[in-house]
Design a protein around this ligand. Sequence first.
Ligand code: AMP
Ligand code: GLY
Length: 417
Amino acid sequence: MKVLVIGGGAREHALCRSLSLDPDVTALHCAPGNAGIAEVAELHPVDQLDGAAVAALATELGADLVVVGPEAPLVAGVADAVRAAGIPAFGPSQEAAQLEGSKAFAKDVMAGAGVPTARSYVCTTPAEIDEALDAFGAPYVVKDDGLAAGKGVVVTEDVEQARAHALACERVVIEEYLDGPEVSLFAITDGTTVLPLKPAQDFKRALDGDEGPNTGGMGAYSPLPWADPKLVDEVLETVLQPTVDELRRRGTPFSGLLYAGLAITSRGVRVIEFNARFGDPETQVVLARLKTPLAGVLLNSANGTLDDQAPLSWSDDAAVTVVVASHNYPGTPRTGDPIEGLDEVAEKDAPHAYVLHAGTKRGEDGAVLSAGGRVLSVTATGSDLAQARERAYAAVGRIRLDGSQHRTDIARKAAEA
Ligand code: AMP
Ligand code: GLY
């Protein structure tokens, strides 16, 4: 099978790594990719938001499957363009991707499906904003309605900060604060059949101890030793299947990866958000544990044949990933700095620990340079979380990137539990 992956972050590196290990994959391509993905896939400098260009590339390559990684191309309709060219695509249509692209749309679908989530108001005027902030009280949760790469959400005790963020958004969702640990649960679906993956936990805040601003994610781990073993079944029944059924009923069937961001509150599981693609950095740890070859599963989603899929097989190993981010992330990150120590990780830590590239590129002299906010996602497996953590941080310690930052407490509490 010839596979083309669209995107160029650590999630796409993780996808490409798994696909490169799949014996059914005979050729692997990626557009645009990054310096790390270049080691396992052939890169193509195609604009990932240009559906016609992606479809043309897939046709030229004779691709049997196109996997669309990030949300921006999905919301731009890239999966539709590929399907229109007669090539199976993993990823939802532009319309179904609104589940992530518009928080207001997601709330409407959840209401229709009877899926438990935070009570919320959609506001467009200052008066509506004040009314909603008053109605819920502190802590305030204020979300930009559109796509914001995990950075459009402000959770604060400070009403002025909440109001300022709300006023800066064109359309804003203000909602009830949900207490309790967060879980990311992914499911692969073809629009009818839903196949949940293993749960993971992400660390959204920039700094240790969950301090600092929200980011796209600073690290993740799986499994979750503290979670109820029935959690996945419960979420399948109360969240994932009803949402997929509701989207099909509305005439916008959702195929691809349905990401449920959940809060485990004292009153039960609540959906914080849906995403329409694999989460980053959770994918890095979920795929590290998946033993079933990936390409066939993704193709079954694309072809609407997931009911033929054999049950997924998982490793008992634990996995931890630690994101190394640029100076000043999640603000305007500094880029263009050389990254050293990657060879040492490959020499000393493989195969248990490895580096997945996010914002990286090759400089003219061949050196690997930082090229984005999240630069690397250092991933490791072990017989338990403590060992996976140790290996991940040992590898992080070998990497030198001027001004870089990472959290030192990824999976710490869970490993000690
Ligand atoms: P979102 O982009 O909707 O996932 O929000 C980003 C992060 O903000 C989430 O992962 C949570 O940590 C936090 N958050 C979002 N909504 C809520 C809520 N209703 N209650 C508490 N925290 C929230
Ligand atoms: N890890 C959060 C996200 O992918 O949105």
